[in-house]
Design a protein around this ligand. Structure first.
Ligand code: MG
Length: 387
């Protein structure tokens, strides 16, 4: 039996340490066999918002095919990349994984199109930001504990989940919002999770984009990173079937980018030598990042995907469908909250009693944002049919 292990053993002094954690909002006795960040990771895995990610769109609508990434598989890929980087840099793997697995918990159905529509619906009522919603899910909306609302995660996990935040919202968030006002950094594990997200989606969107036929190998050869590995794979294995060739290029691209991130970050850590996570947080710039050349390639690929895949007419068409469904749901429930299931109706009415129409709107947004793609279609059909 391995009890009383030191969860911080072997970590760098600038890692997020359990020993110096800012702790949980509601103090709890320590777990017997797990470190606190491992416990956070486990709480995320057991949450209902995490399970629902399986039926939420990443880029391709969830019902378009079983081979495409969903928000769940995306989150797992982000966690894999994040852990590899954290491990190589002697940073906290469980914390990095907890942040990665939780980073999209507040995402709406229908991918970014869904988030844009819900933000538009909520414009007069404080807006909708999926990062802030992820924090809201773990702080308020999950109902798993007798003693408190939410999952009561550690400060460091919550700090990482809140990647971006408007200044207006930051002012409401106390200690967690302060870094956005002072333009300071989160811990290194949070910085890793942020870039692991970008590495994962850049690379898996190449794979899904090719699978869909919306972009081709020839199109992608305009991108330096892809072209380099395409040339190397083709010269080493000239007769490789297309699918294996694409996957071989994909794994080399991820390996290349992850190694660049580890090595460039390690160099910065040597130069700056922060004494603690406090010193990391006090820096004006993040320390986790690519080399200059690596960053240029990363941005080039990102730009290619934005212009050639995310703005493809097929994806734009989905956007219009998603807008119609989410707008219909939001308007329908705003008009009559009693059409929501009873616990959501009660939550919306309770918030309305405190902050008027904006409170009601927040309750409706919580319900709509939590839906999977297919549940959103079902609910839309239900309330449209009953008009
Ligand atoms: Mg993501």
């Amino acid at each position: 039996m391995r009890k009383d292990r030191d969860p911080d053993a072997g970590l760098a002094p600038y890692a997020a340490l359990v020993a110096t954690s800012h702790g949980r909002r509601y103090p709890e006795p320590p777990a017997e066999y797990r470190g606190e960040f491992q416990r956070d990771r486990d709480r995320v895995v057991h949450s209902s918002a995490f399970r629902r990610l399986i039926y939420k769109t990443q880029v391709f609508l969830n019902h378009e095919g079983d081979m495409y990434r969903t928000r769940l598989t995306h989150s797992l890929e982000v966690a894999q990349i994040g852990r590899s980087v954290a491990s190589a840099l002697a940073l906290s793997e469980p914390l990095t994984e907890a942040i990665c697995l939780a980073h999209d918990l507040g995402h709406t159905p229908f991918g970014h199109a869904g988030q844009d529509v819900l933000n538009e619906c909520m414009r007069e009522y404080g807006g909708f930001e999926h990062n802030l919603q992820s924090l809201r899910v773990v702080d308020e909306l999950e109902e798993r504990y007798a003693q408190f609302r939410g999952l009561n995660l550690s400060f460091e996990t919550r700090e990482g989940i809140l990647k971006h935040c408007s200044l207006a919202n930051a002012r409401q968030l106390g200690e967690l919002g302060r870094r956005f006002i002072r333009r300071r950094q989160p811990g290194l594990e949070a910085q890793i999770a942020d870039l692991a997200d970008a590495i994962a989606y850049n690379n898996h969107d190449v794979d899904d984009g090719l699978r869909s036929g919306l972009v081709t190998v020839d199109d992608l050869c305009e991108v330096t990173l892809f072209a380099r590995h395409h040339a190397a794979v083709n010269s080493a294995y000239p007769n490789l079937p297309q699918r294996r060739m694409i996957h071989e290029i994909g794994r080399r691209m991820i390996g290349d980018v992850v190694n660049d991130l580890i090595e460039a970050t390690a160099r910065r850590l040597v130069d700056e030598n922060p004494a603690s996570i406090g010193a990391v947080r006090g820096m004006p710039q993040p320390l986790v990042g690519f080399s200059e050349a690596g960053n240029a390639e990363h941005l080039e690929l990102k730009k290619f995907l934005r212009t050639r895949l995310y703005r493809h007419e097929h994806i734009e068409g989905q956007r219009i469908g998603a807008a119609r469904v989410l707008q219909g749901l939001f308007d329908g429930f705003m008009q009559d909250v009693t059409r929501m299931p009873v616990e959501h109706r009660d939550a919306a009415l309770a918030m309305e009693a405190v902050s008027g129409t904006a409170g009601r709107a927040r309750g409706v947004a919580d319900y709509v944002a939590g839906m999977t793609d297919r549940y959103a279609f079902q609910e839309h059909a239900r309330i449209s049919g009953s008009v």
